[in-house]
Design a protein around this ligand. Structure first.
Ligand code: PLP
Length: 392
């Protein structure tokens, strides 16, 4: 069985072709040209309905959605925004882009926010971004209770969590705003793209205008006329809109989501079960109440030196399976010490220890059981190669 390409996404549904073709003919690619029902507007309606949210705003990326969320919260300049120490560099970057300061909190070896460290830092911050990194959900009951009590707004970075449930509720609908990505490595693939959802009309009205609904283009957001009218000419225009072409590629993927989520979870659990048989591998369990929607697996290596961990990753990679160990390269964008654009970067010893042993393997949802076995075989063989006695 050949090793599958772990960076390949599922084919875009054929239904997208007719829509893209029509757009190429009409050349109507700008979301605000058509008087109504532009693909981007229809995507916003579909997505909001699917998530059970009142409003959705489609933009150019999840990073743009996070940036606009912070701007729409009207935080003062240099406001402090608490973020997890384990996330993608785009998150602290969005905070800095919004003229705010990222404050990092510790993350445990189960990839979830360390609640003691979070609660210790919460009193000093003006807003919180919870990154559900790789779809791992922190204890959202505890986080929302603490943030509600403190009156601190929560933005959910659900870039990689579309479809995850927390006690039956959709991740991304728990905080004031939820942000999602349509970049190719996420559950819905448009190459690039993002969307934010909220029930707060005034907040989303500000985001709509700042996303680039200049002049009276906000009139094409029918539910938001009164809210947007208040902000006319009051806000900068950052032009982070989504193109109709992206929306045409995204919309026919939404009905595929339940199947992708089910397949992703089945694949993840299959691989987790096989790899966990090695005494060297620990796959952290989901929290009670969390129903995951993974398209990758993370696991911690036990009892190996840093040198052995790097040899393991090299051996797997040579055999065709890219295993990323977050902390074991000089450029990984998910290792906080590489975010040197942050002033006075703190150390986070717990998060650092986790990142030095945590491995990441993509598992695109379309993989077959035979392909999953081929991936597991490579990982197990690489472990035996670097630690024959311990792997046995
Ligand atoms: C992918 C990702 C982002 C960034 O999304 P873009 O759409 O590429 O800007 C942010 N946060 C997390 C957790 C991600 O996985």
């Amino acid at each position: 069985m050949p090793i599958p390409d772990l960076h390949q996404a599922e084919a875009i549904p054929a239904a997208a072709r007719a829509e893209v073709d029509a757009l190429l003919t009409s050349a109507d690619l700008f979301r605000y040209t058509a008087p109504q029902d532009a693909p981007v507007s229809l995507l916003e309606q579909d997505f909001a309905r699917m998530m059970g949210s009142t409003y959705a705003l489609a933009v150019s990326s999840c990073s743009a959605a996070l940036f606009l969320s912070l701007k729409a919260l009207v935080l003062p300049r240099d406001a402090k925004v608490l973020i997890p120490g384990f996330t993608f560099a785009a998150v602290p970057s969005a905070v800095i882009h919004a003229d705010c300061q990222p404050i990092l909190c510790e993350v445990g070896e189960n990839y979830r926010i360390d609640l003691d460290n979070f609660s210790a830092k919460l009193p000093d911050v003006d807003a919180v971004i919870v990154s559900h990194m790789r779809g791992h959900t922190s204890d959202m009951d505890a986080i929302m209770a603490m943030c509600d009590a403190a009156g601190t707004p929560v933005v959910e970075d659900a870039a990689h969590s579309l479809g995850t449930l927390w006690h039956g509720r959709k991740i991304g609908t728990l905080g004031r705003i939820g942000c999602f990505s349509f970049q190719s490595y996420k559950m819905v693939n448009a190459g690039e793209g993002g969307i934010l959802i909220t029930d707060d009309a005034d907040l989303v009205a500000r985001a709509v205008i700042m996303s680039g609904a200049y002049e009276h283009n906000w009139k094409k957001h029918p539910a938001l006329h009164a809210a947007c009218a208040r902000w006319q000419n009051q806000l900068p225009l950052y032009n982070l809109r989504m193109s109709n072409l992206s929306a045409a590629v995204i919309r026919p993927q939404l009905p595929e989501l339940p199947r992708r989520i089910a397949d992703g979870l089945r694949n993840h659990d299959y691989v987790a079960d096989r790899l966990s048989r090695s005494p060297l591998v620990e796959v952290p369990a989901p929290l009670p109440g969390e129903t995951r929607a993974p398209d990758s697996i993370q696991f911690n290596l036990r009892g190996l030196s840093d040198a052995q961990i790097r040899q393991f990753a090299d051996a797997a990679s040579q055999a065709g399976v890219k295993v990323q160990v977050f902390g074991q390269s000089s450029d990984n964008a998910r290792a906080f010490w590489n975010w040197q654009f942050i002033k006075d970067l703190p150390d986070l010893p717990r998060t650092r220890a986790m990142l030095m042993r945590a491995c990441d393997v993509r598992l695109p949802v379309q993989l077959t059981t035979d392909q999953l076995d081929a991936v597991c075989d490579v990982v197990m063989a690489a472990l035996s190669e670097v630690a024959p006695a311990q792997a046995a």
